[in-house]
Design a protein around this ligand. Structure first.
Ligand SMILES: Cc1ncc(COP(=O)(O)O)c(C=O)c1O
Length: 375
């Protein structure tokens, strides 16, 4: 029988509507597609300062060991993180990006008949992870682009098994106040896992209103805090993140975790990057300047913005965001359209180097003056 006359295998019914995550367009692809020489990517919240030189050196030092599997337990990295964060190694799990840990959590604690709660404009990977586990997602509308913690607490029902909150939130960049988060956590039944995703922690840590999830863990054993080396540490390409949770939760996740989910290179680089506080500090300072530059420029163009504590900014263009995204792309500026987040007139722009931010704003000025507003 010809191969194409054989019916394809049937995917699990609960995965039938799950679309692949649309990543930011890679620079090489845009160069090829549009015949452009110079392309800037402000689409994936990467670090324009690159990795720490210490991380590069550490990777070079282990390059000759690539015939060996990594240490599946991540012993040294976990020990360093534990010392840094004031937790026991048994309370930590490493992931191939923090994204992978969210999938472990969903597979461990969600199933058909159970429910995840998150905000309508929160990071879309949460609802995708829930779908992977066959669970439903309840999306609670945000209030002025912030998680509406009262409404989320009120939405908790008997089927709720997990809540995911990103603080700072991607794509809105907003945070929730310390007091509101504590009040919220007190209302959540302990059987419900609360995932506090702090992928952008280092950028927000200087804000007095921001709460470090590690400060809350002792009081709330159902709290899982996730962090990553992809953002402030500039190691997105290596894929390494971590989470802290009570040891019983870490044990459950370890059953799902593939044995060698973080590579030898990634563990070495992350360990070295942890020690380079100056690189993180420079990154955070440059980011604050870049955010101010983008915010000022966007406001001058008549676009709305929200206060971002991350390394990107959400802006409402009052026009079809996908069309603006496309026209910017043709000019070699890659941003992120927000239709998938239900924000069709918005773009998310990652903070780049100063010249990249300038180029983005200049291109946007040209594009907006040529495209009338929708209302
Ligand atoms: C809120 C949020 N959480 C998690 C991630 C995933 O990060 P990682 O690279 O660690 O998988 C991202 C990436 O953009 C993010 O925005």
């Amino acid at each position: 029988m010809a191969r194409n006359s054989v019916p394809p295998p049937a995917i699990n019914p609960h995965l039938a509507n799950l679309a692949p995550y649309p990543p930011g367009k890679p620079i090489e692809e845009v160069q090829r597609e549009y015949g452009l020489e110079s392309v800037i990517k402000l689409a994936s919240n990467e670090n324009p300062n690159g990795p720490s030189p210490r991380a590069l050196k550490a990777m070079a030092a282990v390059a000759g060991e690539m015939h060996l599997y990594p240490d599946g337990s991540g012993f040294y990295l976990k020990a360093a993180l534990a010392a840094r964060l004031g937790v026991a190694p048994a309370e930590l799990i490493l992931g191939n990006g923090s994204d992978e840990i969210v999938v472990f959590l969903a597979l461990a604690y969600l199933r058909p008949g159970l429910e995840l709660i998150t905000s309508d404009h929160a990071f879309v990977r949460y609802r995708m992870a829930a779908e992977l586990a066959g669970a439903q997602t309840r999306l609670v509308p945000m209030k002025d682009m912030r998680h509406d913690l009262k409404a989320i607490a009120a939405a908790v029902g008997p089927a709720t098994a997990m809540i995911c909150l990103d603080v700072p939130c991607n794509p809105t960049g907003t945070i929730v106040a310390r007091r509101d988060l504590t009040t919220f956590l007190k209302k959540i039944p302990p059987r419900v896992i609360v995932v506090l995703d702090q992928a952008y922690h280092e950028f927000a840590a200087g804000d007095p209103g921001y709460v470090d999830g590690f400060a809350l863990r002792a009081a709330f054993p159902n709290l899982v805090v996730t962090r990553t080396f992809s953002k402030a540490y500039g190691l997105a390409g290596l894929r390494i993140g971590y989470a802290a949770a009570r040891p019983e939760i870490v044990n459950d996740l370890d059953r799902i975790r593939p044995p060698f989910n973080t590579s030898r290179l990634a563990q070495a680089a992350a360990l070295a990057a942890l020690d380079d506080a100056a690189h993180v500090r420079r990154t955070v300072q440059a980011n604050a300047r870049g955010l101010a530059q983008l915010e000022k420029g966007l406001r001058a163009l008549g676009c709305a913005t929200w206060p971002s504590r991350a390394n990107f900014i959400l802006t409402d263009l009052h026009r079809n965001g996908n069309e603006v995204f496309q026209t910017l792309l043709e000019r070699g500026v890659v941003t992120r359209p927000m239709g998938g987040y239900g924000l069709s007139s918005c773009l998310r722009i990652s903070v780049g180097a100063p010249a990249e931010n300038r180029r983005c704003l200049a291109a946007l000025k040209e594009v907006l003056s040529a495209q009338p507003t929708a209302n």
